[in-house]
Design a protein around this ligand. Structure first.
Ligand code: CU
Length: 488
């Protein structure tokens, strides 16, 4: 046999073995996914003893069940209708399970017999009930728990399926009760409990619909038409814009493992949950048994849940968002996880250096170019300078400040009829030269965004400012390259 032939035979044989191994592996995988018949029947788990469940307000969760046996677990839940803040200066009448949005976190284990006491506070205006997705039974308990203000209903259920489940009010109009904050999470831990981690938190997304537009101050009523059209004014974590930022940000230390119990109350929107600068090591998909690894963004359906786990490796602020990103930056779906500890430059270096980037043939110029152009400026007429300035504007400024200098409300200030520009030319030159960050007031409106320093020559800055000053009702000032050079 020739050496070539032998090589072909060996390759073919190895290939065959690989196919068989892959096949076997696929069979194993198939075994992991169970059919309905194969799912463990937990209805016979014996109950030993009785205890009252400790419930917690978000973002905290009760202690893990650990290795405790199944018990009769008493859950006492009070419905409270109360005014709260949905955003700074914006009030809303929330309907709550336990006084918070989302409602109190309930932690059980598989096989528990939950005796549920639902109390409707006498000061409330409406009847309510509860549908727990962890319940096997009609309405998830809704029918058995329907109660008027000043009444208490008791029903019981056995937790048959481990997982993370949503509960919510199911009183008509159901959408309105949910939209007003009536949802929360109930965890059913598997036999032996979930694997221990260092930090556990409870976060639930919800969308809100108000008669006034986003940010409109004062007490805001629920808007049924916007809710039907799924046109949310607020999309928030834990019932409020900034519920998880500043002093209320989540915390962890470098090296710790973090588990987030995530829910989505809806009523309408699906969440694309993401943590900026982190990768989920493990996701319990939809709160069930299936574990996916190395996930960037996980979907949480309305009326669904997920558990995500990750280890924090480097310090810093990690931003939690719904990656339907306008919801995060314009409607409130943004939180923070602050991680403290030692830097690890092998994992993340931080900015090592920053320098000038001048692509060949780009719209920027070297120092030498600048000098030549500056000398030419004097020979140009005002009209030519405005024309050149306009072309710089359309390449550099247009995206934020817009074609007619009108800016973008709430984000980028107008340059048209701008008191800020017309008051102080040197300040305007400085802004273009050095950038600007922080709060400013333009024509009575405050803006708080960031403008980077512009990499433009003195002549370009002079001309673009001359164009702006000679447009849209501004002061008609002519800015000279010489003036820019003096401020540089
Ligand atoms: Cu209700």
């Amino acid at each position: 046999m020739k050496a070539n032939q032998l090589r072909i035979y060996i390759t073919a044989a190895l290939f065959g073995v690989a196919i068989i191994l892959l096949g076997l592996n696929a069979c194993e995988k198939e075994k992991e996914a169970k059919t309905t018949e194969e799912v463990v029947d937990n209805s016979n788990i014996e109950v030993k003893g009785k205890e009252t469940a400790v419930l917690t307000a978000p973002p905290l969760v009760p202690a893990p069940v650990g290795k405790r046996s199944a018990k009769k677990l008493i859950v006492e839940m009070e419905i409270i209708e109360e005014v709260g803040e949905i955003s700074e200066g914006v009030e809303y009448v929330f309907w709550t399970f336990g006084g918070t949005v989302p409602g109190s976190f309930i932690r059980t284990r598989v096989g528990d017999e939950v005796e549920f006491h639902l109390k409707n506070h006498p000061d409330n205006k409406l009847p309510h009930n509860i549908d727990l997705h962890a319940v096997t039974g009609p309405g998830g308990g809704a029918e058995s728990s329907f109660i008027a203000p000043g009444r208490e209903a008791v029903f019981s259920f056995k937790t048959l399926n481990p997982g993370l489940y949503v509960y919510h009010c199911a009183t008509a109009p159901v959408g309105m009760h949910i939209a007003n904050g009536m949802y929360g999470l109930i965890l059913v831990e598997p036999e032996g409990g979930l694997k221990p981690v260092d930090k556990e938190y409870y976060i639930m997304q919800g969308d809100f619909y108000t008669v006034g537009k986003t940010g409109e101050q004062g007490l805001q009523a629920f808007d049924m038409e916007k809710a039907i059209n799924e046109d949310a004014d607020y999309v928030v974590f834990n019932g409020k814009v900034n519920a998880l930022t500043g002093d209320q940000a989540l915390t962890a230390k470098v090296g710790e493992t973090v588990r987030l119990f995530l829910g989505n109350g809806g009523p309408n929107l699906v969440s694309s949950f993401h943590v900026i600068g982190e990768i989920f090591d493990a996701v319990h998909v939809e709160g069930g048994d299936l574990i996916n690894n190395n996930v960037q963004t996980t979907i949480i359906p309305a009326g669904g849940a997920a558990i995500v786990e990750f280890k924090v490796d480097v310090p810093g602020s990690f931003i939690l968002v719904d990656h339907s990103i306008f919801r995060a930056f314009n409607k409130g779906a943004l939180g923070m996880l602050n991680v403290e500890g030692e830097e690890n430059e092998a994992i993340y270096s931080g900015k090592i250096k920053e320098g000038i980037y001048l692509p060949e043939g780009g719209g920027t110029h070297s120092m030498a170019d600048k000098k030549v152009k500056t000398e030419n400026t004097a020979t140009k007429t005002l009209e030519e300078r405005i024309k050149h300035g306009k072309s710089v504007y359309m390449q550099t400024c247009f995206a934020c400040h817009q074609a007619e200098g009108q800016g973008i409300a709430g984000a980028f200030p107008p340059l048209a009829e701008s008191d800020y520009l017309n008051e102080d030319v040197n300040r305007s030159i400085d802004v273009v030269l050095k950038g600007l960050q922080g709060e400013i007031t333009v024509n009575g409106e405050t803006y708080n965004s960031a403008m980077p320093a512009q990499n433009l020559s003195d002549e370009e800055i002079a001309n673009v400012l001359t164009y702006v000053y000679n447009s849209w009702g501004n002061s008609k000032k002519e800015v000279k390259a010489k003036e820019v050079a003096q401020r540089r």
